[in-house]
Design a protein around this ligand. Structure first.
Ligand SMILES: Cc1cc2nc3c(=O)[nH]c(=O)nc-3n(C[C@H](O)[C@H](O)[C@H](O)COP(=O)(O)OP(=O)(O)OC[C@H]3O[C@@H](n4cnc5c(N)ncnc54)[C@H](O)[C@@H]3O)c2cc1C
Length: 324
């Protein structure tokens, strides 16, 4: 049996941030992830300056693919406008690996199946024993499944369905484009260029609304890539998109049960207007670590429900998520 102070299940931004802060406080931490890093993570990879601040990361200190956009091109049904908004783009394949290495924890490739509470500790798959357990395993997190599913059930109305691809592409247009509610999609589509000749394109919508309409997010793919071609943004004929589902921010009742915590997508914290999940994952990782180190409560109230502010974001939230 391998014994450590804390085991973090999942090495994405939520898990690596929590592990990093626990290590900084002197705890012995093991991160278990079913994937070998660097691993592929479906994500458009746009990142807010606030997330960079929470990661204590200056752009000039990040050695891998990184771009900054000072505006966003937005299409909303028939309206097209440009909004000033400072955002960054990274490649998750690189970024998550960088953050996990920086955390300085022991990282093991292991798919977690069974977790038991024994004498105040947690025993994972009969192999790892710890006092603190952090569930950072995303939508399929086994810590959520074991301890939180009944305490904190997820709402199907907040489940997203996405479809996307990141690929090597010598893009000509270096700006970020978003199309909301195109062709009846209950969500939006994106074009996000990456440094060093990569591009991410994709779309996402609310799974429930798609189901009610008898459709699937992949039904919108063909029209979307045809539009990218028509606009001269992407000319490409080798698409192999993949899908992933995650949950937007609901009313989180319980994210801690004794010394078991859940963070990031395992809780369902992505914003309800732009479905941004990296920033909330990082914040929750910090908050969980702080609760463990300082013995304080773990509350998620400071994690915002919306990426933007004001009327436009409320309208977007209403349009994407609908009445709750
Ligand atoms: C298509 C798409 C586009 C997106 N675009 C953006 C964007 O542009 N900007 C943004 O901010 N957010 C975006 N998001 C949301 C964002 O990707 C997530 O919110 C974020 O990755 C959550 O981080 P996390 O650490 O909680 O989970 P993850 O990054 O999903 O990490 C979870 C980890 O847990 C591991 N794991 C799972 N099960 C087990 C197990 N049983 N045992 C061990 N390990 C396990 C996985 O291998 C994985 O490495 C997007 C999401 C999707 C699907």
């Amino acid at each position: 049996m391998q014994v450590t102070d804390a085991v973090v299940v999942g090495g994405g931004p939520a898990g690596s941030t929590c592990a990093w802060k626990l290590r900084e406080a002197g705890l012995n931490v093991t991160v278990l992830d079913r994937a070998a890093f660097p691993r592929r993570k479906l994500c458009a990879g746009w990142l807010t300056p606030e997330a960079m601040t929470d990661l204590e990361l200056d752009p000039s200190d990040y050695p891998l693919s990184f771009m900054t956009f000072d505006k966003l091109h937005i299409s909303w049904k028939a309206f097209t406008f440009t909004s000033t908004a400072r955002q960054h783009s990274i490649r998750r394949f690189e970024f998550d690996d960088f953050l996990l290495r920086r955390a300085g924890a022991r990282v093991l490739q292991h798919k977690v199946d069974e977790i038991r509470r024994i004498g105040g500790d947690f025993v994972i798959d009969g192999e790892y024993r710890c006092k603190y357990l952090i569930g950072a395993g995303g939508s399929a997190c086994p810590v959520y499944r074991t301890f939180f599913r009944e305490l904190n059930p997820r709402s199907s109305a907040l489940q997203t369905a996405t479809y996307e691809q990141e690929f090597a592409y010598e893009w000509e247009n270096p700006e970020c484009h978003l199309w909301f509610f195109d062709d009846g999609l209950p969500g939006y589509a994106w074009y996000v260029p990456k440094a060093n000749g990569y591009l991410n394109v994709g779309l996402g919508g609310m799974a429930d609304k798609l189901k009610q309409r008898g459709g699937h997010v992949r039904d919108f793919w063909r029209g979307f890539v045809a539009k990218l071609q028509r606009k001269g943004l992407v000319v490409y004929d080798n698409y192999q998109p993949k899908g992933y589902s995650y949950y937007l921010r609901g009313n989180v009742d319980v994210a801690r049960d004794g010394n078991a915590y859940i963070v990031g997508d395992a809780v369902g914290l992505a914003t309800r207007d732009l479905c941004e999940g990296i920033g909330p994952a990082v914040k929750s990782g910090r908050l969980a670590a702080n609760s463990i180190v300082s013995g304080t409560d773990y509350t998620l109230g400071e994690i915002k429900k919306l990426s933007g502010r004001g009327f436009a974001s409320k309208v977007l939230e209403w349009g994407i998520v609908g009445p709750q």
